[in-house]
Design a protein around this ligand. Structure first.
Ligand code: EPU
Length: 338
């Protein structure tokens, strides 16, 4: 296991920000996780576990140890009748894993096709798109305790999943390294096509009872039309969360802005489309310095070339201030700002 010094993180974050890590180590096997912990190099040291770097913005050099998870492997765990359990190592590329399960005849991950990043990051922020969240299909998460090296398996309920949230971002932040994730996938397809953009696009193609492959394909097309391609334009996907507000604030905004895009959460709360709020403030397609607001989806901040993390935070603060002033709603970043 080699610990490298002064390494550029540019290839390791999808925003393409050129920050440096004081120390950097790549982990290629599960055994190396244990070796890393037992070696004691993590003790008392600032460290960052990095997967695909697709949800992170570096605003400065990282003065600790970056642990890049590059473990690979997909394993059939158990046949449970109508479902099967499949485990994937943390460093597996999420999108490849999704397509592999579809090819093997499983259903459950098709709505999550095309999300950048790795399997290990999926439970941490409970990735979600097009009507499905990782929590709906995660059976359990195998982790190593950074202090003791002991294994701990978190059952789905123990992960305390929420909207882009989990125990790994809260109480257990910086305490565990996710080694692998076990998913419960269905052998019988039960399509979930309620998300409006998905439903409309499938209807436009005349598909009423889509296969998992058709769902994944359609979602990939929607994503390609709306989101920047990571290999062409740097971004961290949605930069902000969609804010959840009280029904009374929602009604007040709706009265002034009848085309507000919102979704019912429960009797007292609504989720607002942050992209819509940002667009109304005139930010779509604009920017500050080399940081921009993507012209096709205002929730996504992009690197227009050589952008620094500071430019991203200057832009995000300006957006937050404008949305607050116009709607009385405070946006919070979904991306992790370091
Ligand atoms: N909208 C606008 N203007 C915009 C963007 C959106 O008016 O510039 C409105 C549209 O009316 C649209 C609605 O907002 O119908 C919702 O937009 P979209 O379907 O693109 O989804 P989103 O709420 O903006 C969320 C996730 C995405 C995920 C999509 C699809 C969050 C923070 N983002 O975006 O996830 O792909 O739904 O399910 O929840 C990510 O987390 O990185 C990510 C890309």
């Amino acid at each position: 296991m080699t610990i490298q010094k002064n390494i550029s993180l540019k290839p390791y974050n999808t925003f393409g920000i050129d920050a440096k890590a004081a120390e950097f180590v790549e982990i290629k096997t599960e055994g190396k996780i244990v070796e890393l912990i037992k070696s004691g190099v993590l003790a008392g040291k600032k460290s960052l576990i990095l997967g695909g770097g697709s949800n992170i913005v570096f605003t400065q050099d990282y003065d600790g140890l970056v642990v890049h998870m590059a473990t690979k492997g997909i394993e059939f765990v158990e046949d449970q009748g109508e479902t099967s359990l499949l485990a994937a190592q943390a460093g597996e590329v999420w999108s490849d894993f999704v397509h592999q399960t579809i090819s093997q005849g499983y259903s459950g991950l098709e709505n999550l096709a095309g999300i950048p990043g790795t399997v290990g990051a999926a439970p941490v922020q409970n990735v979600g798109a097009y009507g499905r969240e990782a929590k709906d299909v995660i059976h359990s998460v195998k982790c190593y305790d950074i202090e003791t090296g002991e294994t701990r398996i978190f059952a789905n309920e123990e992960c305390r999943f929420g909207y882009r949230n989990s125990i790994f971002k809260q109480e257990c932040a910086d305490r565990y390294i996710v080694a692998s994730v076990t998913f419960r996938l269905s052998k019988r397809h039960n399509p979930n096509i309620e998300y409006k953009a998905l439903k409309d696009t499938l209807a436009g193609k005349g598909i009423t009872n889509p296969t998992p492959r058709e769902i994944a394909q359609t979602i990939t097309e929607i994503r390609d039309a709306k989101l920047p391609k990571p290999e062409e334009t740097g971004s961290a996907g949605s930069f902000f969360k969609n804010p959840v507000v009280s029904a009374s604030l929602h009604d007040q905004i709706k009265e002034e802005h009848p085309n507000l895009v919102s979704f019912v959460v429960d009797d007292d709360h609504y989720k607002l489309a942050a992209g819509w709020l940002i667009e109304q403030c005139g930010w779509k397609g604009r920017g500050i310095g080399n940081a921009g607001v993507y012209a096709k989806q205002a929730l996504v901040l992009v690197n227009n070339g050589g952008c620094t993390g500071k430019e991203v935070t200057t832009l995000s603060n300006a957006i937050i201030a404008d949305v607050e002033a116009k709607f009385g709603v405070t946006l919070t970043p979904e991306a992790i700002i370091i």
